[in-house]
Design a binder for this molecule. Structure first.
Ligand SMILES: *[C@@H]1O[C@H](CO)[C@@H](O)[C@H](O)[C@H]1NC(C)=O
Length: 288
């Protein structure tokens, strides 16, 4: 930055307008890109972005500061602005003198702790209103500012799990609306899915079916830190149940045949005994 200003003022004094602008805006940025030259302080947030916070718990953001060889941190500022919006309003959460380890925020639930090359922001009792883009700005003893950003969002529960079948590709697709870090798992008839049923895709959202015909109950369970929700797809009864009903039918037919046979036998016996009685009568008539 020093070199940049120096170059600009130098060319301005030379009085050659075109060359001056060329040098200022084309060459000067190269100095800014140069690794740690005369002036190089850096700050970066250590949390992995985006940070998701469960409402009611604490948000803790850590940032590492690396001052250049000839620099000292004079002020550290933590700010926040909404992630979206036309004119986002920036809110200052804490302004801390670089040397002091403790520094109170602008609200009672905001705490900032600064160690040698590290500053930590803690917000207790996180609520949805605390979501946004957080910025930590470090000002050095010459007044140069360096800023790092970090997106913070509310950790959302699993919402609206749905399950649909892709008939042309014999696969089941599980969907979820806006839960944070959803984890998908599959059940077939309340047991874990096996190779004979199908193969779950890498991201867990699709179950490619290998069973034919497709039958039974498929369940997709979506979970995260706040709980789980599920959806079930019913593909009609399986062959096994069909075999059961046909067995019942066969039994009934056999029973009917047996009953019919018994009836026929009884009728035949009755007919025969009647005949014999008649013959006996005739024989008696003959002898008398
Ligand atoms: C079925 O799955 C294939 C492959 O993933 C996809 O290209 C196709 O659009 C899906 N069809 C429907 C109706 O979703």
């Amino acid at each position: 930055m020093d070199k940049f200003l120096f170059l600009c003022s130098l060319s301005a004094s030379a009085g050659v307008m075109d060359l001056q602008y060329f040098l200022c805006w084309r060459v000067a940025p190269l100095f800014l890109l140069m690794p740690c030259g005369l002036h190089c302080m850096s700050v970066h947030v250590l949390n992995e972005e985006p940070v998701h916070v469960i409402p009611g718990s604490s948000l803790v953001l850590k940032a590492q500061i690396e001052p250049g060889p000839s620099e000292e941190v004079s002020v550290i500022t933590w700010e926040r602005e909404p992630e979206t919006g036309i004119a986002p309003e920036r809110v200052t959460l804490a302004t801390c003198p670089g040397r002091s380890p403790e520094c109170t925020g602008t609200r009672p639930n905001v705490h900032v702790n600064t160690k040698q090359h590290e500053t930590t922001l803690q917000i207790n009792g996180y609520s949805r209103a605390d979501s946004g883009v957080y910025a930590v700005t470090v000002t050095d003893n010459r007044g140069t500012k360096t800023t790092a950003h970090c997106i913070v969002r509310e950790y959302e529960a699993v919402h609206h799990v749905s399950l649909s079948i892709n008939v042309s590709h014999s696969s089941l697709v599980c969907g979820e609306a806006w839960g944070t870090n959803p984890n998908f798992s599959w059940l077939y008839e309340r047991d874990a899915v096996t190779q004979t049923v199908g193969q779950v895709s890498k991201d867990g959202t699709t179950l490619v079916l290998s069973m034919t015909p497709i039958c039974g109950h498929f369940t997709c369970v979506v979970s995260n830190k706040l709980g789980y929700s599920s959806a079930t797809y019913s593909a009609g009864p399986c062959e096994k149940e069909g075999k059961g009903t046909s067995a019942v039918v066969v039994c009934l037919v056999l029973l009917l045949l047996l009953f019919g046979g018994l009836l026929a036998f009884l009728l035949w016996r009755r007919y025969r005994s009647n005949n014999r009685g008649e013959r006996l009568q005739n024989h008696l008539d003959d002898t008398v």
